[in-house]
Design a protein around this ligand. Structure first.
Ligand SMILES: C[S@@+](CC[C@H](N)C(=O)[O-])C[C@H]1O[C@@H](n2cnc3c(N)ncnc32)[C@H](O)[C@@H]1O
Length: 243
């Protein structure tokens, strides 16, 4: 999958996109990431990408021309890539959205700044608008990185074991069970006996029940969309009376 990111802060991507799993995914050709400086599509001496808002008010607005030109050029250079605007007003990003986007051949991601991007970009140049949560960040770069990271780790073969993603929080509507590693006893803080038992059936059952309990306590809203059996659902409803 190919990611083309349009940003006025290309340096921000150095580091997060060059370490660990993303680095390996790039090196093995599972993904390609191209970071584009929006200023490359300006024509003026000062390479200006923003201007005052019509109608007045605080802050600056990202100009339509450079963004439009960037999108047009990158669409010509990529086949099938979809254009996504990062905005706190967009569709909430979650695991289901990540699974859908993962099937795209590519994404052209527009990172806003200041008061956001000229509305004509949203209306005429974007296939989708994505928000990574109900809060406002200073720019779309961190949302872009979050989306690239989330999609990349879902690609088959990117993580050591594909089980890593299938058992993870949100993959089947449940939060993941608690995890422990050595030592078994740290200053009196011990690991549950079942995990040391070597009995795989019991471990699987314990993990499943922990996942369900955790979800019921922390995110009961998720239970409705989860893959619980009727029996599991009844048990948890009786216990917490609030899914
Ligand atoms: C300060 S924000 C602009 C917010 C805008 N004035 C509003 O009220 O909707 C600047 C840029 O950061 C990005 N951004 C901020 N919060 C975001 C979020 N929760 N999800 C996705 N992008 C976000 C967007 O690209 C946005 O254009």
């Amino acid at each position: 999958m190919r990611f083309d990111v349009i940003t006025t802060f290309p340096q921000m991507f150095k580091g997060p996109m060059d370490e660990s799993i993303l680095k390996r995914a790039k090196n093995t050709g599972k993904i390609q990431i191209y970071i584009h400086d929006l200023r490359d599509w300006t024509n003026d001496k000062h390479r200006i990408t923003d201007d005052y808002p019509y109608g007045g008010g605080p802050g600056m607005v990202m100009k339509v021309e450079p963004v439009a030109k960037a999108v047009e050029q990158l669409k010509r250079e990529t086949t099938g890539s979809k254009v996504a605007l990062m905005t706190p007003q967009g569709n909430p990003f979650n695991h289901t959205v990540a699974l859908e986007l993962m099937n795209l051949s590519g994404m052209i991601i527009i990172c806003g700044r200041y008061e956001g991007v000229d509305e004509r970009i949203r209306q005429n140049y974007c296939d989708m608008e994505i928000s990574i949560g109900d809060f406002v960040l200073t720019g779309g770069e961190i949302p872009a990185m979050a989306i690239i990271d989330a999609l990349t780790r879902l690609k088959p073969g990117v993580l050591g074991s594909d089980k890593s993603t299938s058992e993870e929080s949100h993959s089947c509507g449940l939060l993941e069970y608690p995890q422990y590693t050595r030592p078994a006893d740290y200053d009196g803080l011990t690991v549950p006996d079942v995990l040391l038992s070597g009995n795989h059936a019991e471990i699987t059952a314990w993990r499943r029940s922990q996942s369900i309990e955790r979800t019921a306590i922390r995110r009961p809203d998720l239970l409705k969309k989860s893959n619980l059996s009727n029996e599991e659902l009844d048990r948890i409803i009786n216990k917490y009376d609030k899914p």
